[in-house]
Design a protein. Sequence first.
Length: 320
Amino acid sequence: MAAADVERAPGLTENFRALKLQGNVGFDTLPDQLVKRSVQEGFAFNILCIGETGIGKSTLMDSLFNTTFDSTPNLQEKNVNLKLTLVDSIGYGDQINKEDSFKSIVDYIDSQFEMFLEEELKIKRSLVTYHDTRIHACLYFISPTGHGLKSIDLVCMKKLDCKTNVIPIIAKADTISKVELSRFKIKIMSELVSNGVQIYQFPTDDDSVAEVNSTMNALLPFAVVGSTDFVRVGSKMVRARVYPWGTVMVENENHCDFVKLREMLIRINMEDMREQTHARHYELYRRMRLGQMGFSDVGADNKPISFQETYEQKRQEHLQ
């Protein structure tokens, strides 16, 4: 390549050069290759549902994915395969000492991180075929009764916000009026902020979804209704709940935020939650565990030290 074809890229050191291509090479197909490989491998998505017994967790999940869950299902939509795992917090809040209700949940999330870490540290590992069971989204069901969040809600969400993507939702939203619901939402968000609870925020750094995600962030927590029953409304059969005073249609946005939750959780931000789980929450756990094992990025003299050097030090200590 001629010297005239070489340009210096801004910000690069003398060791790097930016070269102009004189023809198509083919690496512009990398995104297509990545999509094809991802579709072949399939995807895993794991949801943790936390809430009191009878608050409607199972019903909402059946409504969200338009199926009935008896086990860990393999779902298919067009040519995309999704291995979906739903984890229910059975008996949550039923204990006499409710302040300890979060411990088993935290332990479960950590145990999934630990299994992934063990696989990652194996000499012979296969992360491509490994079934990732790390929790990608935590739907925290808030009871519509009362005047705000209970202490157990605040304590639990605070313990979880550094371990998973916490999305608070108001369950059985058809049991309170729209005016009460609006006040309840404001009260919940105020209490979350004042108690330093960091809930999952739909990302706004991608221009293609920034506007809709920003709008949806302002509507949190979503007020939802689920139903396993179908009723005829006009010429269509729709998911709904029938009361003496009328019919609440699950997918009618004038009745509840179910459609908004489904769009945000599945259609728009599912991959971001998977990425946040790996790059943020799991990374914090991994860093903590490797530190407990004695591994560090710096040595006793505060100078950088390689993983191999740390391993050799630990090996020598073990042999002594």
